[in-house]
Design a protein. Structure first.
Length: 733
C-alpha cells in the first residue's frame, strides 16, 4: 500500500505553556475551519482574552495531525516588538533563519511552493505600512494563509475577523458538579491550586467562586490573576473587594504576587494590560474613554455623545474605532440599537484619567439627558426607559455628592408613569427624600411628594406615605397637580386600611379638578384609583367597570397602549365579579401576554394575581395555583412587598383544594401577620375571602391542627415563605 502522507512539520517558535488550557476545544475547532477557508483571519479581542493561547493551541493541533494536514508548514512569528514594515520583515526573516535584507524577495523564495500557515502574534501596534505589507505578501503568495492575533482588525481586504469569546460562565443555581465542569470555574480552581495546593471547590466557596468568575466576565487573564490571590484572600473576600465602588479595585488587586521571567510583562497585571492598549490611543479616543467611565452599564451612542459634548457622527466614528481596538463592551440593546460600555478594568483605568470636575460634569449631563428622554416618553411609552434604569439608579445615587438634588427630583418625576411599572428601591427613596430638603419649588416638591407617597405605600411604609401626601396637600398647587395629590391621598388612606368614606370623597374631588384642568393624563390616573375604591369599598362592580372603561379610552387617546391594557385588566376583574368569569379570564390572559412582551413586571404581578382569583371562582384550582405562583415569583424578583404579600394571602385559596392544606394553613398564618404589620387592615372583599379559606381549612384539618400549622407559619421568614409558596427547594433570586 502507498505510504501515508507525512504530517506537517511541527510549528516553530511557539510559546512554551506549562499550564492547562480550559474551554478552548470548541473555539479551536471553529478557528481551524475558518483558517482553512480564509487566507487572512484575525483573532481579535481585549487584552487578556487568550488570543495567543488559542492560536498556539490551533497550531499544536494542526502539527499533531497524523495525515492529510491542511498545511505543510506552520510558522509562529511574534510581533510584540514590531511597529513598522521593516520591523515585521526582520521578525519574519529571523523566524525563517533568513538574512535580513531590503525588500521581501528572499523571504518569498523561502516560503514559495508550500501550503504555509503563518501566525503573526500581537499585531495591534503595527503602523499602516506594516499592515499593508502583510496584505501585499498575501497577494504575491497564493498558497499562503495568515493567522493574526491582535486587539484590533487590520482593515485589509478579504480579512475575516474571529472575535474570541469569553470563557463559558456557570448557569444560575448550578450544582457543585456542574460548577466544577464549567471552564471559567475550572480555570480558577486550576490556577488557585498552583499557589495554594489545598484549595478545592466545595459547598462553602462554590457560590463565591461562581459569582467571582461572573464578575470577571469570563476573561482568562483576569481569572488567572484573581486565582493567584487566593493564597491570602478567600474567594468571597476577593469578590467583595473587587466589586467595591470606590477606587480601582480590579487594577490594584489583579496582579501577580511575583513577576515571572518573561519578556512580555503585559500579562503581569490588569493595569499593565490596559496601559498597553491606552498607549495606542490618540487624544480624542482617550478623552472619550475617560468621559465614558461615568457609565456603570452600556449606553446608547446618543447618550455618550451628549455627555462628551460632541456631535453624534463624531461619537459614532470614535466608538467604531474603540470597538475595533477591543476596548468596548458593545452589544445590541433591547430594541434600542447598539449600546457601548467599557470593560471593567478599562473603566477603572479610564476613570483615573477623568478628574473630579470632569466626572461631575459628565454625571450632570447624563441626568439632563435621562430627564429629557423620560419626559419625551412618559405619557405614551414610559417602559421605553427600562433599558436606562441602571443609569437612572446610578444618577440618583450620586446626586447628593454632586450637589444635584434638584436634578434627581426632576429625573424621578419625569419617570412618574414608569414607576407604575417598576419600583423605586429603598436607596432611591432615601436619596429623593433627602433631596426634598434642598428644593423650594412648590410644583416640583408636590410632584415628588406624590411619587414618594406612592412608592412608600408600595414598600409597606404607610406612615411615611401619609406624611408625604399630607405635606403635598399643604403646598400651593395648580389644579392638575392638586388632583394627583388628592387622588394619592385617597389611595394612601384606602391602602393604609382606613376604609371609610374619605377615600371616595377625595378621589371624586380629584377627578373634578383633573377635568377642570383639561389634562387627560391626570384624569386617566385619577379614574383608575377611583375605580379601585368604588369596587372594593362599595361593591359597585358595574360602576367601577365604567370608570375603568373611561380611563382605558383616555390612555388610548394619549397613545399609551401599556396603560390601556392595565385598565382592560381592571375591567376584566369587574366582569368576573359580575359573573362573566370566562370573559374575564380570557382578557386577563391577553393582558398577561402583553405585559410580559412589554417588560411591565408590575402589571404581570397584578394580572396573574387577578387571574388566579378568577380561576378560584371558576373552581379551576390547578390553574389558579399556577397563576398565583407566577404573581408571587414576579413580585419576589421585583422586590415588591405590597404585591408579594397580597399574592401570599390569596395562594391558600387555591392550595386548600389541591391537597396542600398544611401548606395553605402555614402560608395564611404568615401572610396575615405580614399584612397586619406592614399594611394595616384588609378591605372587606379580602377579609371575606380570607375568612372563607380559614373556615375551609379548619373543617379539613380540624381546629387544633389548623391553629398549630398557622402558628408555624408565623415563625417563617419572608424568603422561606416565598420558597414554600413556589414549591422551590432553592429560592429563586
Amino acid at each position: 500500500p502507498p505510504a501515508a502522507e507525512p504530517a506537517a512539520a511541527p510549528p516553530s517558535r511557539l510559546p512554551n505553556y506549562l499550564t492547562t488550557a480550559h474551554g478552548i476545544e470548541g473555539p479551536v475547532r471553529l478557528l481551524r475551519d475558518r483558517v482553512a477557508q480564509q487566507r487572512l483571519v484575525t483573532v481579535h479581542g481585549p487584552g487578556g482574552s487568550g488570543k495567543t493561547r488559542l492560536a498556539a493551541e490551533l497550531l499544536l493541533s494542526l502539527g499533531a495531525e497524523p495525515a492529510h494536514p491542511p498545511f505543510e508548514r506552520l510558522l509562529f512569528v511574534p510581533l510584540l516588538a514590531c511597529r513598522t514594515e521593516a520591523d515585521v520583515r526582520g521578525a519574519l526573516a529571523e523566524a525563517l533563519a533568513a538574512p535580513a535584507r531590503e525588500g521581501w524577495p528572499p523571504i518569498d523564495l523561502l516560503l514559495a511552493g508550500h501550503r504555509l500557515l503563518l501566525l503573526l502574534d500581537n499585531a495591534e501596534q503595527l503602523e499602516p505600512d506594516a499592515d499593508a505589507a502583510i496584505g501585499a505578501l498575501l497577494e504575491r503568495m497564493p498558497e499562503l494563509h495568515v493567522l493574526v492575533t491582535s486587539r484590533r482588525l487590520l482593515g485589509l481586504g478579504g480579512e475575516s475577523g474571529f472575535e474570541i469569546p469569553p470563557l463559558p460562565l456557570p448557569p444560575p443555581q448550578a450544582s457543585l458538579e456542574a460548577l466544577a465542569g464549567c471552564p471559567s470555574v475550572a480555570l480558577f480552581v486550576d490556577r488557585a491550586r498552583a499557589v495554594r495546593a489545598d484549595f478545592h471547590l466545595g459547598a462553602r466557596n462554590a457560590a463565591a467562586v461562581a459569582a467571582l468568575v461572573q464578575w470577571l466576565g469570563g476573561m482568562p487573564l483576569a481569572i488567572e490573576l484573581a486565582a493567584s490571590r487566593v493564597r491570602s484572600l478567600a474567594p468571597a473576600e476577593l469578590l467583595q473587594r473587587l466589586s467595591a465602588e470606590a477606587g480601582s479595585p480590579m487594577l490594584e488587586l489583579l496582579k501577580r504576587p511575583r513577576a515571572r521571567a518573561t519578556s512580555d510583562t503585559r500579562h503581569e497585571s490588569m493595569r499593565q494590560m490596559v496601559e498597553w492598549s491606552w498607549r495606542q490611543l490618540d487624544p480624542a479616543q482617550a478623552d472619550l474613554l475617560a468621559r465614558m467611565s461615568i457609565f456603570t452599564a452600556p449606553a446608547l451612542p446618543e447618550a455618550i455623545a451628549f455627555i462628551a459634548g460632541i456631535d453624534a457622527d463624531a461619537a459614532q466614528t470614535l466608538l467604531a474605532e474603540l470597538q475595533d481596538l477591543s476596548l468596548l463592551d458593545s452589544r445590541p440593546g433591547a430594541g434600542t440599537g447598539w449600546r457601548h460600555g467599557l470593560l471593567q478594568p478599562v473603566r477603572e483605568f479610564a476613570a483615573e484619567h477623568c478628574d473630579a470636575d470632569c466626572a461631575r460634569a459628565g454625571r450632570a449631563r447624563l441626568r439632563e439627558w435621562l430627564t429629557r428622554q423620560a419626559r419625551a416618553v412618559n405619557a405614551t411609552r414610559p417602559t421605553a426607559m427600562a433599558p436606562e434604569l441602571p443609569h437612572v439608579r446610578a444618577a440618583l445615587a450620586q446626586a447628593e455628592a454632586d450637589g444635584a438634588q434638584r436634578q434627581a427630583l426632576e429625573l424621578a418625576v419625569a419617570m412618574r408613569l414608569f414607576w407604575e411599572t417598576d419600583l423605586l428601591l429603598s436607596s432611591d427613596l432615601t436619596v429623593l427624600e433627602a433631596a426634598l430638603g434642598r428644593v423650594d419649588d412648590p410644583a416640583l416638591r408636590g410632584e415628588a411628594l406624590e411619587l414618594l407617597a406612592h412608592a412608600r405605600l408600595q414598600a409597606g411604609d404607610a406612615e411615611r406615605a401619609q406624611a408625604h401626601v399630607q405635606a403635598a396637600l399643604a403646598l400651593p398647587l395648580d389644579d392638575r397637580r392638586r388632583s394627583l395629590v388628592l387622588a394619592r391621598w385617597g389611595s394612601v388612606r384606602y391602602g393604609s386600611g382606613l376604609h371609610d368614606a374619605e377615600p371616595e370623597r377625595a378621589l371624586t374631588q380629584a377627578l373634578a379638578l383633573a377635568r377642570r384642568s383639561g389634562d387627560l393624563l391626570a384624569q386617566a390616573m385619577v379614574l383608575r384609583q377611583l375605580a379601585i375604591v368604588v369596587s372594593n369599598l362599595n361593591y359597585d362592580y358595574a360602576g367601577s367597570e365604567r370608570l375603568a372603561h373611561e380611563a382605558q379610552g383616555l390612555w388610548e387617546r394619549l397613545g399609551n397602549t401599556r396603560m390601556a391594557y392595565g385598565r382592560l385588566r381592571d375591567r376584566a376583574v369587574m366582569w368576573a365579579w359580575l359573573g362573566r368569569n370566562e370573559d374575564g379570564a380570557q382578557a386577563l390572559l391577553a393582558c398577561e401576554a402583553a405585559a410580559r412582551a412589554d417588560g411591565d413586571w408590575l402589571d404581570v404581578i397584578l394580572t396573574t394575581r387577578q387571574l388566579g382569583r378568577v380561576y378560584v371562582r371558576m373552581r379551576r384550582w390547578d390553574d389558579a395555583t399556577a397563576a398565583l405562583r407566577r404573581s408571587i415569583e414576579a413580585a419576589w424578583h421585583r422586590r415588591g412587598l405590597l404585591e408579594l404579600t397580597v399574592g401570599l394571602l390569596h395562594l391558600p385559596d387555591a392550595l386548600v383544594h389541591t391537597g396542600q392544606a398544611d401548606l395553605a394553613a402555614r402560608l395564611q398564618g404568615f401572610a396575615d401577620a405580614l399584612w397586619s404589620r406592614s399594611f394595616g387592615t384588609l378591605n372587606r372583599i379580602q377579609r371575606r375571602e380570607l375568612r372563607r379559606t380559614r373556615l375551609l381549612l379548619r373543617w379539613r384539618l380540624g381546629a387544633a391542627r389548623f391553629e398549630s400549622l398557622r402558628m408555624e407559619g408565623l415563625a417563617w421568614s419572608l424568603p422561606l415563605a416565598v420558597a414554600q409558596a413556589l414549591a422551590a427547594t432553592v429560592l429563586p433570586m
